[in-house]
Design a protein around this ligand. Structure first.
Ligand SMILES: NC(=O)c1ccc[n+]([C@@H]2O[C@H](COP(=O)([O-])OP(=O)(O)OC[C@H]3O[C@@H](n4cnc5c(N)ncnc54)[C@H](O)[C@@H]3O)[C@@H](O)[C@H]2O)c1
Length: 336
């Protein structure tokens, strides 16, 4: 079988990582990079001399040699570029988040289905060794029934001109949650604040409510003096701490728990605590984007569903859209 030929639109911050990983993926050839900026294209050409470069993305979309388009541009442009690429018969990979509305996301999904093309979103974290390990710990019932997930993703971040901090950072957390817990949230509550003149929230808190006994909470900020990337996942048997800033020991499993004692008196709660061993599982050190690129190229060939599949990507946009409504309504509960 011949190589899948790829064209990449957007060579800003993230684009170079995509070019490097697609160029290294088996069965893949990166032919084109497009960016509005001639300076960015000059850098691309210097870094990867085999590339053809253009300021007009239509050169990629109209090239009959190109099988797949990768879109690494700001979120507001994802829908238009994705639609044009699908209409031209190309498989499409879009950077997270898929689109800036659920309606647009569903239109792209339907279009891809009609044309029997693969539409996938780069939810990079799903391909990290750490998240793969966490999923395995949940799936094998090592930590028991899930009770909570609590994540902090905060640093002195780049203020985005078109999207708030949840649209920028929370796709990582929502996609991880969706990957490890198949239960769909029933509603969200979100609050946030903007400290700039454009009203775009730079600090936000998002809670996802579920039918079961499980709750998830995300703290996202571009205004923190320190960088924190930590996630706590509690089960009724064990608990996980995922610290993505740890170079190798990212996942720790705590044999920690508690049980309620039955007591005669109605207004007293007696709790039996258990604090046991902590162990650090080995995680696959492979670069996540290499796994993501391999999954996209592989699924074009096989027709299989990728790990980061379109339904998961739409779930992420649904949560973000509901969170946006909740923030604008002072934290009111918004059904999903
Ligand atoms: N998966 C991850 O971990 C991760 C990390 C960072 C960014 N991202 C995502 O990647 C996307 C891009 O983010 P970024 O930080 O690289 O943005 P960026 O602003 O640094 O770069 C975007 C580039 O796209 C170019 N561009 C925009 N529209 C274009 C068009 N129609 N044709 C050609 N070029 C065009 C711009 O000139 C710019 O150079 C966003 O969706 C973001 O959420 C994902």
């Amino acid at each position: 079988m011949s190589d899948t030929t790829v064209g990449i639109i957007g060579y800003g911050y993230w684009g170079p990582n995509l070019v490097r990983n697609f160029a290294g993926a088996a069965g893949c050839r990166v032919k084109w990079v497009s960016d509005f900026s001639a300076d960015r294209l000059a850098i691309a050409k210097k870094q990867f001399s085999f590339l053809s470069v253009t300021q007009d993305y239509l050169d990629l979309i109209n090239d009959p040699e190109v099988d797949a388009i990768v879109i690494a541009t700001p979120v507001f442009s994802h829908f238009k570029l994705g639609k044009e690429a699908l209409n031209a018969g190309k498989h499409v990979l879009i950077e997270k988040p898929l689109t800036s509305s659920v309606a647009d996301a569903e239109e792209l999904k339907n279009l891809a289905e009609q044309k029997a093309l693969l539409l996938m979103v780069d939810h990079t974290f799903l391909y990290t060794g750490a998240v793969q390990k966490i999923k395995n710990l949940v799936d094998t019932d090592e930590i028991g029934a899930l009770q909570y997930l609590d994540s902090s993703r905060i640093n002195l971040g780049l203020f985005q001109p078109d999207i708030n901090v949840l649209w920028d950072l929370a796709p990582h957390d929502i996609s991880i949650l969706s990957y490890i817990n198949s239960e769909i949230p029933v509603s969200v509550n979100a609050t946030g604040i903007s400290h700039t003149h454009n009203g775009i929230e730079n600090v936000a808190y998002l809670t996802l409510n579920f039918q079961s006994n499980f709750i998830a909470h995300f703290n996202c900020s571009w205004s923190s003096p320190v960088k924190i990337r930590s996630m706590l996942i509690g089960g009724d048997k064990k608990m996980i701490v995922f610290n993505d800033l740890e170079p190798s020991e990212k996942v720790r499993v705590y044999d920690t728990g508690y049980e309620m004692k039955t007591v005669e008196e109605k207004h007293r709660i007696l709790v039996d605590y258990r604090v046991g061993d902590i162990y650090i599982p080995k995680v696959n050190p492979r670069e996540a984007l290499a796994g993501m690129a391999a999954d996209f190229i592989g699924c074009i060939g096989t027709g299989n569903k990728p790990v980061s599949n379109i339904d998961l990507a739409i779930y992420v946009v649904k949560v973000l859209e509901a969170a946006q409504k909740s923030i604008k309504d002072n934290g009111r509960e918004v059904k999903i």
